[in-house]
Structure formats: structure tokens, C-alpha cells
Design a protein around this ligand. Structure first.
Ligand SMILES: [Zn+2]
Ligand SMILES: [Zn+2]
Ligand SMILES: [Zn+2]
Length: 715
């Protein structure tokens, strides 16, 4: 059934509309740019900013000379900014800083704008004389990171002044790594003070195994429930470690690697918000990190947190570590394993792999021996002692000391990378390659014009440009684009085979549709898909395809894949990596800006409690014509006998359901989205809805109403 015209949003509801500022965090699309071309001239200013930030006495050069000097201890923060306003200094400063950070101004641009604002204010006023002083006053000048430079030839520390290692004659900037270890304890304290209550409430649900949403979030799956059982008399929060790398600059191949963790005891929606994830350490270098060199200090800090914990509100909260997740290159580093094209590269089983047409291939094998906790540890120790490759191990993983679910069981495959960015993408490219240029054109057009619910943030990408595609884009094409579009152009055998893969992932992605049988069904589909793979494709039986054989176990251990954080991690590292404006001193700026943002976010909301998201309609449409379609008359007459349709019904442009904003056609900025929403209140019984949260599609001769809940699975 073709939904030709989708109808307008009407909400007849007693709820009052919400102001626009009340929108949840995820609404605004994140503009992540990797552009390193701008503001080359700001280098010196950026460096100065870094040096000055903790030294209050050094004035920024942009400090205007005409400013009247204010003493630093003047306690004027709760007073108005100046005599002609009732805006408080404190709140103005917060908002100013937040705007500066939000618009990603370089430091020198911020200084310039700050000076301009300052010069236009009536005198006297309470605005601090420089941004540095402002940061100091708001107590946002805390840098959570400590920098260490390491020579990658001798692994010795080198001081910040020296640009090369003095004991290595061939040392140059390419074999130096900058490590930024965070003060995990302080970050956790700020975080727990802020979100401790949310954690307590959700943890209670986890302890009762009370999965109200039925989403099989990670905390309701076997691994975490097992932890709860083992440490039932301890007060703890649980970390899921994430390791990931990203390119910072195309010209010098500089890469940033990030070790962070998310907190399992936070509800999934909050867990992967960038401000709720804890950054443990950052590695900036053109060389790949060596975990034992990079994470030595950080792992010690984590061990300490596991032992002594942090004290928040007189309560000791210890840390547990559920496991580690990342893509194949990251897991190779974290687990001290050989790379994904070597023999025995699977961390879960002893699959050897074969050499075929200059490629390492891993064809389906019916029986393969699984690695166990004992064999994993033994092989790793042997590799370490004998300094050789032992069944894929190159040594003992630095994480093996801190994980509470022993390897290999504490390893979580990054599904966004393995299934979406690697396997699905290569199948897309292969299927596309088999089409004629004429059909490729048709397919690309169909993909671009496919409408989506607006919360997908982006439309589908044509296949002629998949180079910088995001995991979420691949997911959208996989779940919503491939089958409806390709069935006209590809043989049913090939598409039917691929459909097994899509169906299996669809099952593993979300809530267990078939209950306890969900993982079995998905597992069977994936096994069949893998088994028959060589009938349809040549030379694509790589390690990522093999990993799908372990997905059934992964789902049973860690729950629905959409809650495993790969998408959140993608956003976090993108945000952290883009958190710089100059072309040098990447790491320093990244850490500085992260610290400011983190504190700004958690302190800002502490002072302004307007972040609560209330379900209901908002953004009223006053000029809506209810007589333009007989549908409204019809629906109104079911409920009400009055004659004045326009005064009886109220139209809204947007509505929040389950913290998700839905748009109507009346909402002009919705672009091509299709998330329309209609609901009708009963006049007899207040607060009860006649058509409970329905989406109405107005087709040519009829209407289709579908419940909003069927649009609920998008994250
Ligand atoms: Zn050296
Ligand atoms: Zn395996
Ligand atoms: Zn009426």
C-alpha cells in the first residue's frame, strides 16, 4: 500500500505546549567536520590559550586596555550582569561559554567576540575581563588530563620541551606519541554526583531483572546478571570499555585513539550520550598504539578504582569491568592479538583460516574448537614468555587484569563495524558492481528519494559514493532500503540469501521478537548464510564474515546489539576528534575542550533544571484549517457534538512520545521525514485517548492508522 499523502498532525490534548528549548539532547544533528584547513594562523593563540588557562596572572593579549579592572574575589556572580538588566552574571557567563563552545569558535575568535561583547556592555558591569578569568570564576578551568610524551623507539618518556628523544639518534616527530591520561576518579565523581540517582533507579530494575521496556538492554542479559549475582553484597557501577581510533589530519596521518567507558547501570538512552561516557586515555600519534606502553598508568588507575572505589555522598562506589568492545583493529590492540588477516585471528575459537588467491579466507567449518577461559589465558602466557605467536596471541592483554568477565567471554564485537561498515558495505558494493550502469542509476535515485522518519537524521546514500558512509547510514539501507529496491534488479536466489543475513541482524539488533528463541533463529539464519556464502560470492569469506558465527552467543551474553554502544562510541570519538580548531597541538586542545564541555554540561544543568523532557504536544499551529479534510469532522463527531470544529480542536506541529520528537507536515523544517502523529482525547474521560498515539496516512480513497509504537525501534 502506497502512502501517497501523509496527513497533518492534530493533537487534541489538554497538555500545554513546551517551549522549544526543552528538546532532548539528541535532536540537533551533530556536525562533525574533519576539516583541518581552517584557522592556520591561530596556532600561537591556541598554544597561548593552553598555557594561560591555569595561570590567571598572565593576561590574554586580547584583553582590552580600556577595561576597568575588577578584583577577582568580588562576589558578584549572583547579582545582575549590569544595572540595566535582571540577567544574572552567572547565567550569562554559562550561556556565553556554551554558545562559544557550541559554535566551535577557535580560541582567538572567542577572545575577539568576547572583547566585542564586553566593550558594548554598560559600565560598570560584572562580566570578567577575559575568557580565562571567566573559566576560573565558573570553576571550569580544571583540565582532567595529564600529558606524557613517549618515544616509540625506546619507550622512554620525553619532556614536553624536547621535540625529539635525546637518547635515540633517529628520533623524529613521527615516532613520538602523546598520551593524555585522564583523572578518571575526578571525572567519575562529577558524573556520579550528577547522575547517581538515575543509576540507582535503573540498577534496581536490573537487580529485580525487571525489563519493563522488553528491549533486552545489556544489563538484563546473562553477563551482567552474572556479575550482579557474584557481587551481590557490593555497591558498584559497571564499565564497558570502548577502544577506537580515528584519523585527525589527512596530511600527516596523525591518528587519535580513545579508551573510554560507558556505565551499564545507566538506561541505554543516557548511557551513550557523550557527556555520560568517561574518557580514560587518549593516544595521539601517527603510529598505532602499543597497549602496554599507552595504558600502563590508566590500567593502574582503573585497578585502584576497582579496589577502593570513589566516595560520592558518603557512599563508596566500586568499579567493575564487564568487558571490552571495539572494531577488529582495536580489539587486536586491546587483546594483544595478531591482525585480522592472520592464522588463528579469531578471539573466540581456534579457526585457522586458509590462504586462497593471495587472501586469507575463513570458509565455513562445521565443527571448530572454542577457546575457553583457561586456554585463552594459557596461550596468552605462553606467547608472552616465549615471545612468539601462540595460536593468535602475541602476549597477555593488559585488560585481562581488570575485566570481571574473563576473556574470551568479556570480548564484545563491535557490531556496527563488523556487520555494517565491513560486511554489509562490501556486499552492497558487490551487488552494485553486478548491475548495469543504467540500473545503478535507477537504484541510486530510489535510495535518495526514499523518505524516512526524521529521527534517522539523514537520508539514504546513493551507492556511487560509500566512501565516508556512517554505520547508521548502512543500517538504514540494510534494514529499509536493500530488499524493497534491489528485488527488482537482482536474482531472487542472491537476494534471498542476503535476506537471511538482513533478517538475522534485524532480530539481533532490537528487542527479542521471538522471546527466548530469538538468538537461536538468528543464529540458524547466520549459519546458513555463512555455509552457502561461497555459492554466491568469491573471495569475500573474510574474518568479519566468520565473526557472525559468534553473534548468537554475543546476543545471549550482552543483549540487543543496538544497546552495545557502537553507535554512541562513533559519535563520541567524532565529537572528541573534531574538538579542535587549529592545525597543531591537537591533543592539548582536544583535552582542554573536552574538560570544559564536560564541566559546562554537568554544572550548567545543575544550575538550570530545565532538562526534563515531558511527553506531549508542543509548537501550536494557530492557523490550521480543520475543514480542509472531512477526516477531522468525522473523527470529531465520534467524540463531540459541538459545531465549532476550529475552537474545539487544537493543532500542534510537533509532539514528544517516549522522549522522541515527532513532526507533522505543518512542521516546515521536517524536510522529507514521515513521522506523523495524531491522537484524540476523549472529552468524557479526561486524559484518555481515543486513538492512542496513531499515525494517520491519508491515501487516495482511504486512511490507514498505525500505532506509533510500530515506529519505536530506531535506536
Ligand atoms: Zn628514544
Ligand atoms: Zn571464531
Ligand atoms: Zn467539539
Amino acid at each position: 500500500n502506497v502512502h501517497k499523502n501523509c496527513y497533518r498532525l492534530i493533537c487534541v490534548s489538554p497538555c500545554s505546549p513546551l517551549p522549544i528549548e526543552y528538546l532532548p539532547d539528541g535532536i540537533t544533528p551533530n556536525n562533525i567536520s574533519n576539516d583541518d584547513s581552517n584557522s592556520i594562523m591561530h596556532d600561537d593563540r591556541d598554544l597561548q590559550w593552553i598555557n594561560n588557562i591555569d595561570m590567571v596572572d598572565i593576561k590574554s593579549t586580547s584583553e582590552p586596555v580600556f577595561q576597568t579592572d575588577k578584583t577577582d574575589d568580588s562576589n558578584d556572580y549572583d547579582s545582575p550582569l549590569h544595572p540595566y538588566t535582571d540577567m544574572l552574571t552567572n547565567s550569562f557567563c554559562f550561556r556565553l561559554l556554551k554558545s562559544f563552545r557550541y559554535s566551535k569558535l577557535s580560541q582567538s575568535e572567542s577572545h575577539r567576540l568576547f572583547d566585542l561583547i564586553h566593550s558594548a556592555l554598560p559600565s560598570p558591569n560584572n562580566l570578567p575581563i577575559s575568557i580565562n578569568k571567566l573559566l576560573q570564576k565558573l570553576e571550569l578551568n580544571q583540565n582532567f588530563f595529564r600529558k606524557t610524551n613517549i618515544c616509540l623507539l625506546c619507550y622512554k618518556e620525553i619532556s614536553d620541551e624536547n621535540r625529539v628523544c635525546l637518547s635515540c639518534p633517529t628520533s623524529n616527530k613521527n615516532n613520538i606519541a602523546a598520551i593524555y591520561d585522564s583523572d578518571v576518579k575526578s571525572i567519575l565523581c562529577v558524573l556520579l554526583e550528577k547522575i547517581g540517582d538515575t543509576i540507582r533507579v535503573y540498577k534496581n530494575d536490573l537487580i529485580l531483572n525487571n525489563d519493563t521496556s522488553g528491549n533486552l538492554d545489556i544489563g538484563f542479559a546473562y553477563a551482567y546478571q552474572n556479575l550482579l549475582h557474584r557481587f551481590s553484597n557490593e555497591n558498584f557501577i559497571t564499565a564497558l570499555m570502548h577502544l577506537d581510533g580515528i584519523g585527525l589530519c589527512k596530511s600527516n596521518k596523525l591518528k587519535m585513539w580513545l579508551l573510554s567507558f560507558s556505565i551499564i547501570e545507566l538506561p541505554a538512552k543516557l548511557r551513550y550520550q557523550k557527556h555520560n561516557m568517561v574518557i580514560v586515555s587518549i593516544w595521539v600519534s601517527s603510529k598505532e598504539p602499543i597497549a602496554s606502553v599507552w595504558l600502563q598508568k590508566s590500567i593502574k588507575k582503573l585497578e585502584e578504582l576497582k579496589l577502593t572505589g570513589v566516595i560520592v555522598n558518603d557512599q563508596t562506589i566500586k568499579l567493575k569491568v564487564l568487558g571490552i568492545t571495539g572494531d577488529s583493529p582495536a580489539l587486536k590492540i586491546a587483546l594483544n592479538f595478531i591482525s585480522h588477516n592472520g592464522y588463528y585471528c579469531c578471539y573466540f575459537c581456534y579457526l585457522r583460516g586458509i590462504h586462497q588467491k593471495q587472501k586469507r579466507q575463513y570458509p565455513y567449518e562445521c565443527l571448530h574448537q572454542m577457546r575457553t577461559v583457561n586456554s585463552f589465558a594459557q596461550d596468552a602466557t605462553a606467547a608472552e614468555q616465549l615471545n612468539r605467536n601462540e595460536k593468535g596471541h602475541l602476549g597477555v592483554s593488559i585488560f585481562s587484569n581488570i575485566v570481571d568477565i574473563n576473556f574470551p567471554y568479556g570480548i564484545i564485537v563491535d557490531y556496527a563495524h563488523v556487520s555494517l561498515l565491513r560486511h554489509s558495505k562490501s556486499i552492497f558494493i558487490e551487488l552494485y558492481r553486478r548491475l548495469t550502469p543504467y540500473v545503478r542509476n535507477i537504484v541510486d535515485r530510489a535510495l535518495i528519494h526514499q523518505p524516512f522518519p526524521h529521527f534517522f537524521h539523514r537520508q539514504m546514500r546513493p551507492f556511487n559514493d560509500l566512501s565516508f558512509v556512517k554505520a547508521t547510514e548502512i543500517r538504514n539501507i540494510l534494514f529499509y532500503g536493500i530488499l524493497p529496491i534491489f528485488h527488482k534488479h537482482v536474482s531472487s536466489e542472491i537476494l534471498g540469501h542476503f535476506a537471511m543475513f538482513i533478517t538475522a541482524l534485524r532480530l539481533l539488533h532490537g528487542k527479542p521478537i521471538f522471546g527466548d528463541r530469538t538468538s537461536d533463529i538468528a543464529g540458524d539464519l547466520l549459519t546458513k548464510y555463512y555455509k552457502d556464502f561461497s555459492l554466491f560470492y568469491d573471495g569475500l569469506e573474510n574474518f568479519v564474515l566468520h565473526l557472525h558465527q559468534h553473534f548468537k552467543n554475543q546476543y545471549e551474553m550482552f543483549g540487543a546489539f543496538s544497546h552495545l554502544g557502537s553507535f554512541g562510541q562513533e559519535a563520541l570519538i567524532g565529537y572528541v576528534g573534531s574538538n579542535r580548531t587549529g592545525t597543531r597541538f591537537y591533543g592539548d586542545l582536544i583535552c582542554k575542550n573536552y574538560s570544559i564541555d564536560f564541566l559546562l554540561h554537568h554544572k550548567m544543568e545543575k544550575s538550570n533544571q530545565f532538562t526534563k523532557i515531558v511527553d506531549g504536544p508542543f509548537d501550536q499551529e494557530f492557523n490550521f484549517d480543520f475543514k480542509n479534510n472531512s477526516l477531522f469532522q468525522l473523527l470529531h463527531s465520534v467524540q463531540c457534538t459541538c459545531a465549532s470544529l476550529d475552537s474545539c480542536l487544537t493543532a500542534y506541529r510537533r509532539c514528544i512520545i517516549n522522549s522522541q520528537v515527532y513532526h507533522s507536515l505543518q512542521y516546515k523544517r521536517r524536510q522529507k521525514s514521515v513521522s506523523y502523529f495524531v491522537r484524540y482525547t476523549s472529552t468524557a474521560v479526561p486524559n484518555s485517548y481515543l486513538f492512542d498515539n496513531c499515525i494517520v496516512f491519508d491515501c487516495e480513497d482511504y486512511h490507514i492508522a498505525t500505532p506509533v509504537s510500530s515506529y519505536d525501534e530506531h535506536d
